[in-house]
Design a protein around this ligand. Structure first.
Ligand code: ADP
Ligand code: MG
Length: 201
């Protein structure tokens, strides 16, 4: 089995993240954890790229719909539809508009538990209920209600792969193998080597 330090995850700074001038802030969060940037580029995505991205995982539709419905029910409110797939179809259309509205920055971050730790730092899908200290919780205000009433996607600054299999499908969707770079940085020795040697000479 590959060492956990080789785990990779896809992060996209969404159009609102670029407009809010939060690129540096977002990169800093993952970088200071000890993760390593393996790929980065700026582009304006096409609708096909966005639809393809969100439909890579056959379960995504069911999950995104169920999450929205659950969030309404938690607040004793009625969701726009009780059918998760119907909700998801709406979300895909809204995401195509949102994610193609301007430039985004796609990145691959690498390191132990990269997928899980990037999600932890990024926070939950809905900024309103995302945890304190997370990027989505600290830097933006959106909610399911606001997004639904304006018929738009939730603006939450970032995409981050939700699981290792999702990351493994998403990275090649955005980057050719040549664009993802294998290299070393010195602090990896301190993070990962079984023995810390050579500090005192
Ligand atoms: P995450 O980005 O946290 O993994 P999902 O994969 O469930 O979330 O959804 C993808 C993106 O779709 C979200 O980040 C958000 O921008 C948007 N979104 C999700 N659910 C809704 C919804 N019910 N209404 C509007 N936009 C949504
Ligand atoms: Mg997701």
């Amino acid at each position: 089995m590959a060492h956990p330090k080789t785990e990779r995850t896809l992060v996209i700074v969404k159009p609102d993240g670029i407009q809010r001038a939060l690129i540096g802030e977002i990169v800093k969060r993952y970088e200071r954890l000890g993760l390593k940037l393996a790929a980065i580029k700026m582009l304006v995505p096409t609708e096909e790229m966005i639809e393809g991205h969100y439909l890579l995982d056959p379960n995504w539709k069911k999950n995104v719909g169920a999450k929205a419905i659950e969030s309404y029910e938690k607040k004793d409110e009625t969701p726009p539809s009780s059918d998760p797939i119907e909700v998801a179809n709406l979300v895909v259309e809204r995401l195509k508009k949102y994610m193609t509205s301007g430039p985004v920055i796609a990145m691959v971050w690498e390191g132990a538990h990269a997928v899980e730790l990037v999600r932890k730092i990024t926070g939950g899908t809905e900024p309103r209920s995302a945890g304190i200290g997370t990027i989505r919780g600290d830097f933006v205000v959106d909610s399911y209600q606001m997004a639904d009433s304006d018929n738009r996607a939730i603006r939450n600054l970032i995409h981050a792969s939700g699981s290792v299999p999702e990351a493994e499908m998403e990275i090649p969707h955005w980057f050719s193998p040549k664009e993802v770079i294998n290299y070393r940085v010195p602090h990896e020795a301190t993070l990962y080597d079984a023995d810390i040697k050579s500090i005192l000479g």
